[in-house]
Design a protein around this ligand. Structure first.
Ligand SMILES: [Zn+2]
Length: 275
């Protein structure tokens, strides 16, 4: 994948928390911090790779999140039939990234070996670390494993030409980011290795962290891999929707172009129109 590769952020849910709950150490400006829940689509011609599978309506209710659209329905709006997708990358197995098990019956699921070990081993005896996981999301991975539908990655490796995954750690033990070769150079889908732009830009950790040091180190790795913050797509930041062109109203944004600066960073510069 490269010159004709398109990447979309698909927002399927949302919630709000306080800024003080969004960064370790709290925040002096304690206003609300909106969170968007995304899955991502990488497309080149007929080839479609889905990154993460989101949660469903029931899980949204249990966890007090707002459910906007089934990720499968959102993909259909972009012309992708979920049951035809052959490659799904799971950045990690948290409930908001690894649900909707019914959606991709013909896909193989790419995951870090470390994430399977983490989510099925002794760390899960700690309630704090277990809280982000749904047992069903972990169990279905075992079923997929025995059905030959899991592909394990360790460290950095290729999924298809032009799409690589890389182990990031920090947020959980086996998180992976996705590096996509595009006409603009590498775009990095950080998922929760950078929950918000702000954390990455200011070196602040998100409270749901397995290893704070690895999370902070990971921000630097992301910036190095992408060659700059304008080629990193964070996991839950609502600013993604302000910075990139909307292609399906309220649902999908195309994120492989150059981002425009949003109001937080001042007015757009002349050379930074969205493409
Ligand atoms: Zn998440």
């Amino acid at each position: 994948m490269s010159a004709d590769t398109e990447i979309y952020a698909i927002r399927y849910g949302r919630s709000s928390r306080k800024r003080s709950e969004s960064f370790i150490g709290g925040d002096p400006h304690d206003g609300p911090m909106a969170m968007a829940y995304y899955v991502w689509l990488i497309r080149r011609g007929e080839e479609a790779i889905v990154v993460d599978t989101g949660f469903d309506r029931d899980v949204a209710t249990q966890r007090n999140r707002e459910f906007l659209i089934c990720p499968g329905e959102a993909l259909a709006k972009l012309g992708v039939a979920a049951d035809k997708v052959e490659t799904v990358i799971l950045t990690h197995l948290h409930y908001d990234h690894a649900g909707n098990h019914h959606l991709f019956p013909n896909a193989r699921f790419h995951v870090q070996a470390a994430e399977m070990a983490y989510s099925t081993g002794p760390w899960m005896t700690h309630k704090h670390l277990r809280a982000g996981y749904g047992a069903d999301d972990v169990k279905v991975m075992i079923d997929r494993l025995f059905a030959d539908r899991l592909v394990f990655h360790e460290g950095r490796s290729e999924v298809v030409p032009g799409v690589e995954v890389i182990h990031m750690g920090g947020h959980c033990a086996g998180l992976q980011a996705v590096i996509v070769a595009t006409a603009r150079g590498p775009i990095v889908l950080a998922s929760d290795s950078a929950v918000f732009y702000e954390g990455m830009e200011n070196g602040r950790a998100f409270p749901a962290a397995f290893h704070v040091g690895d999370e902070l180190k990971g921000y630097r790795t992301l910036l190095k891999l992408a060659g700059g913050a304008d080629r990193v797509i964070p996991g839950h930041d609502v600013r993604v929707m302000a910075r990139y062109p909307e292609v399906v109203e309220g649902i999908a944004w195309r994120v492989d172009g150059r981002p425009r600066e949003d109001e937080i960073d001042g007015p757009p510069r002349e050379d930074e129109g969205a493409n």
